[in-house]
Design a binder for this molecule. Structure first.
Ligand code: ASP
Length: 343
């Protein structure tokens, strides 16, 4: 009897050892992970964009998405993936963030960005900065190296310098196409005495889930062309333009900022999931419907802690791309090709 007991104990220890040595690897490999990015929503009908321009967007989105995906695939954090891909979009003149940001009515560039970590609910944001090459990185510094969540204007730039960030000249952000757009809008405003409208949005954003099960989200923008008086949109506002919570999802928004602030869009999606038990798709679609009911336009990207995603928008297009687990890399621009848009 004694011998039998000993053998069974030995067997149990052996089985336990086997489990310990095998399972962590297996579990990590099986963990869902993925990334979704957007480059802004707006009026972009199929066939209207020059084919070379369309190709340039597609190639850039592919390059950026692949970089972010590889960070996650190699075990990197969702926060690193989000910051890296947003930096790349800020550096590309194709998008309304960093270089290529739209102009204010005064002909300047004022940049907003925010980032949030789903595990800790830590967040950082900057608003109205004029000389920071990569506002998303400054937002992360605010989160990690200050007791604050949001810094604005000159103060944010002083902090950037203190953190050893290189500031660029204001001319760095200039692009001819955005400048011409400002001139067009100025003319239109004079002629028709129009109310401020925003037909075409920019803004970039990313949401990611890493193999450790942590979510992160971030957004960066030049805001809206012809903005005035230090106007700040939804992008740097935690809960409006960006939100991340491991219990629910990570969200990044693009669209008419004033309405996204009033609708608290990003947090609304998380709250609908947390308190009402909606799926990420249902919650994101509901939030965009609510924005639409206010007669505003835009879209969001969202990912939940199991790797399910949503990318609803109520404009004719939204630059977007995603890759989840070992799935296909998908890039989309127009509405009609959006499967994820159907509930
Ligand atoms: N949401 C941004 C803002 O209002 C603009 C955009 O998404 O294009 O500043």
């Amino acid at each position: 009897m004694k011998i039998l007991k000993r053998i069974s104990i030995l067997l149990m220890v052996f089985v336990l050892m086997l489990n310990v040595s095998v399972s962590p690897q297996d579990e990590t490999d099986a963990k869902p992970f993925g990334i979704v990015i957007h480059g802004g929503a707006g009026n972009m009908k199929k066939g209207e964009m020059a084919p070379e321009k369309e190709k340039a967007y597609q190639e850039k989105l592919k390059e950026i998405l692949t970089t972010g995906y590889n960070i996650l695939k190699n075990g990197g954090t969702s926060l690193d993936a989000v910051e890296t891909v947003i930096r790349m979009m800020e550096d590309s003149p194709l998008f309304n963030a960093g270089k290529g940001a739209v102009f204010t009515a005064e002909g300047t560039n004022e940049l907003d960005a925010s980032i949030m970590e789903g595990k800790t609910l830590n967040a950082g944001a900057v608003a109205g900065v004029k000389r920071v090459k990569n506002p998303i990185s400054l937002a992360r510094m605010v989160m990690e190296h200050s007791p604050h969540v949001m810094m604005a204007g000159d103060g944010a730039e002083t902090f950037a310098k203190k953190m050893g960030m290189t500031l660029v000249s204001k001319e760095y952000f200039f692009t001819k196409s955005r400048w011409e757009r400002l001139q067009r809008i100025k003319k239109e405003m004079k002629k028709k005495k129009q109310k401020e409208k925003n037909k075409k949005f920019g803004t970039v954003g990313a949401v990611a889930l890493d193999k450790q099960g942590n979510l992160a989200g971030g957004t960066s923008t030049g805001g809206m062309t012809y903005k005035r008086y230090g106007r700040i949109g939804d992008s740097p506002i935690i809960g409006a333009g960006t939100y991340a919570n491991n219990r629910t999802c990570a969200v990044s928004a693009t669209g008419w900022g004033e309405y996204f602030i009033r609708s608290v869009v990003a947090y609304d999606i998380s709250a609908l999931m947390e308190y009402k038990g909606l799926s990420v798709k249902e919650a994101a679609h509901m939030a965009i419907k609510k924005v639409g009911d206010l007669k505003a336009t835009g879209g969001v990207i969202a990912i939940d802690s199991s790797g399910n995603i949503a990318m609803p928008f109520n404009t004719s297009g939204m630059f977007r791309a995603y890759k989840i687990n070992d799935g296909k890399l998908v890039i989309k621009i127009y509405k009609d090709e959006s499967e994820a848009n159907k509930k």
